[in-house]
Design a protein. Structure first.
Length: 377
């Protein structure tokens, strides 16, 4: 008997009020009658993948067993979690456990973090690991350390260990074999802030002169905004007298949505005469129109911009010896913050403009200033 995808359910027995067996997010789950579930969730995850040809029979047998217990009055939800579920979960691979952990974490994560980091970066990394057993902790760590940069490796083990801790708390496994494995992964100390020099910035601005994205690139260098914040900027966020812009959103390309900035706080960026002139030189649209648009008049696609505009121009400047090495458009932010510090602004002032904390500015940017001048006595 085939099982349709959620939300359509197949009843295990053809009588009202009985339980259902469903496909949900790649696994089978059991739906309990409302009267049985009470205030708890009606759905019980089996942890059995729909891609495994043996899983359906296992899930159906479990559903029948639960239904028999319901019929004779011996079913207890806590008993299921304490005994039946661990027997099935013990068969889970690391990838399957990670998906369950992602669902657990989803309500507490920003939507971009959930899709980009948990369902993106870490899910892809885990899928690449040739070892899948939850007992192969040492082999999994060895593979990650060998194949990934040290910072990525350490973070991967930390996140996997967190998933294992959760699995232990849920009674899925007895111990977390990844506990403490990240401690001996050494991450070289260093500053990953890599701004463009003044001459490089000048060359970049010149190569974009007359280009459709000239104002967009100039805006990034002047304000230090994150790329997504500049893309999300609407005319209602630009003061009518062009004295400041309000940054209160960023654009998340993967889901095509606007969401709050990284720190979830709105901020005002004061316009110096140069920035004010730049904005006044653009055609002011309706309040909800975007300030910067693509060649087709749509919202800027950051991936397309990097691939078709930014990268070719930067590579051309590298060939000409005007830019030392490739850096993405996001490094315009590093450049702007560094220049603000060099101009005499304090870390607290810079933090208010760019949406960081003073501590981050001090720890990550203050030491990157290209000009160190000893004070005279």
């Amino acid at each position: 008997m085939s099982v349709p995808d959620y939300p359509v359910a197949t009843m295990v027995k053809a009588k009202p009020g009985t339980i259902g067996l469903e496909k949900y997010r790649g696994n089978y789950r059991i739906r309990l009658p409302r009267a049985i579930a009470g205030g708890s969730s009606r759905y019980l995850s089996t942890g059995l993948s729909v891609d495994d040809p043996n899983s359906y029979k296992q899930a159906q047998r479990l559903a029948w067993d639960i239904e028999d217990k319901i019929d004779n009055g011996s079913f207890n939800l806590s008993d299921y979690k304490a005994t039946l579920k661990p027997q099935l979960i013990a068969q889970l691979s690391l990838s399957e456990l990670w998906l369950l952990f992602c669902e657990y974490k989803k309500p507490t994560l920003a939507i971009s973090t959930y899709h980009k980091i948990y369902q993106g970066t870490w899910r892809r990394l885990i899928a690449d690991i040739p070892y899948s057993s939850l007992n192969d902790a040492e082999l999994i760590k060895e593979w990650i350390v060998k194949n990934k940069p040290s910072w990525t490796a350490k973070q991967a083990i930390i996140h996997i260990s967190a998933a294992m801790d959760w699995a232990v708390s849920q009674g899925m496994i007895g111990t977390n074999k990844f506990s403490g494995l990240s401690k001996d992964i050494k991450v070289p100390k260093g500053n990953f802030i890599d701004p463009f020099t003044t001459s490089e910035m000048t060359a970049i601005l010149q190569i974009f002169q007359g280009d459709h994205y000239e104002a967009f690139v100039h805006f990034l260098f002047l304000t230090g905004c994150r790329t997504g914040e500049a893309i999300a900027l609407q005319w209602k966020q630009v003061a009518l007298d062009y004295s400041y812009v309000t940054i209160n959103a960023t654009y998340y390309l993967e889901l095509k949505i606007r969401k709050p900035p990284k720190n979830k706080k709105s901020r005002k960026v004061p316009c110096n005469p140069q920035l004010s002139r730049l904005l006044q030189g653009l055609v002011r649209g309706n309040p909800t129109d975007h300030v910067f648009v693509s060649l087709q008049g749509c919202i800027v696609n950051s991936h397309n911009f990097l691939l078709h505009q930014w990268r070719p121009n930067i590579n051309q400047l590298i060939d000409q010896g005007l830019v030392d090495r490739y850096r993405p458009a996001y490094n315009t932010r590093h450049t702007a913050i560094t220049r603000m510090l060099e101009s005499g602004l304090t870390a607290a002032e810079v933090a208010r403009v760019v949406g960081n904390s003073p501590r981050v500015i001090t720890e990550h940017y203050a030491g990157v200033s290209r000009f160190t001048v000893l004070p005279e006595i």
